[in-house]
Design a binder for this molecule. Structure first.
Ligand SMILES: C[S@@+](CC[C@H](N)C(=O)[O-])C[C@H]1O[C@@H](n2cnc3c(N)ncnc32)[C@H](O)[C@@H]1O
Length: 272
């Protein structure tokens, strides 16, 4: 048995509490659907710093074998350190690569899961097809994602500001950006295209609240995951003007409540 953890070591403090609140509600839903077993064979696709892979390895025990795949070097380096610290290096194999090149035998895995990966895969169709081939005949694919419509009040204010400023080209780019997010229907179509059959779906809505637009734009996770893409939609010279106008629209009615429509989708191979 592994020894108790001493929270006072510098090493532990460095690695503690790294699951973004953004990811946590999705991960909780996803974990609730994984059929846990002591010999679990699973893949965490787009593992990032590996919360899902680590959690599966811990919850299934020493005979579990989890592959965690992600090309993001800094994240998987941190995951490797966590695995060392927690004594999980035998249970979790890290593959630092695009999931299209996932290295597991076809038909070998009970669960392929991805928490919030899908919106980030450049070639989602190819990733899903590779995931489908990895599944054992009774295996399941589990995906969570935020859906089109997330942060709706922000995007409405963004569009309104662009309209006020007569920036038609930028409005079209913004609409394309919003439409690029998954819907339940587009997700189902993508899975069908990848030879997968949807067997279960769940949708829910979270809310991200901010005191005002300055807090929204300054929040570390918004700066990490959203701000770069928002700014890229507007020419540099117009950015301050546009975002001041967005802020004015957002701040006219008190604290911000931004909805995050979300989904979990479960699928199996359509070949079985
Ligand atoms: C929003 S993050 C989610 C990370 C983590 N699963 C979580 O729940 O916080 C999306 C992840 O997908 C990874 N990713 C992007 N393209 C990928 C690909 N082609 N194959 C595997 N992972 C990929 C990113 O590097 C990133 O770690």
């Amino acid at each position: 048995m592994l020894p108790p953890i001493d929270p006072l070591t510098a090493e532990f403090g460095d690695l503690y509490d790294e699951l973004p609140l953004w990811s946590a509600p999705f991960l909780e839903r996803l974990l609730a659907r994984v059929p846990l077993r002591p010999d679990l064979r699973a893949v965490d696709v787009g593992c990032g710093t590996g919360q899902l892979a680590v959690e599966l390895a811990e919850r299934c025990g020493e005979h579990a074998r989890i592959v965690a795949v992600d090309p993001w070097s800094a994240a998987v380096t941190r995951l490797r350190r966590k695995l060392e610290q927690r004594g999980l290096t035998r249970r979790v194999e890290v593959q630092e690569r695009d999931a299209i090149d996932l290295d597991v035998p076809d038909g070998s895995v009970h669960v392929v899961a991805s928490n919030l990966g899908l919106n980030n895969f450049a070639n989602a169709g190819a990733v899903l097809a590779r995931c489908g081939r990895a599944l054992a005949p009774d295996g399941r694919l589990l995906l969570t994602t935020n859906l089109r419509g997330h942060f709706g009040a922000f995007y409405e204010a963004f569009d309104g500001a662009l309209a006020d400023l007569g920036l038609g080209h930028e409005r079209r780019a913004l609409a394309a950006h919003v439409d690029a997010r998954a819907t339940l229907a587009s997700l189902t179509a993508q899975l069908t295209e990848a030879d997968l059959e949807v067997t279960h779906t769940e949708t829910w809505s979270g809310t991200w609240r901010f005191a005002d637009s300055a807090a929204l734009f300054g929040h570390w996770f918004v700066r990490l995951a959203f701000r770069g893409e928002w700014e890229a939609l507007v020419p540099e010279g117009a950015r301050k003007h546009v975002f001041d106008a967005v802020a004015a629209r957002l701040d006219c009615s008190g604290a911000l409540e931004l909805e995050v429509p979300s989904a979990l989708v479960e699928a199996r191979s359509a070949r079985c």
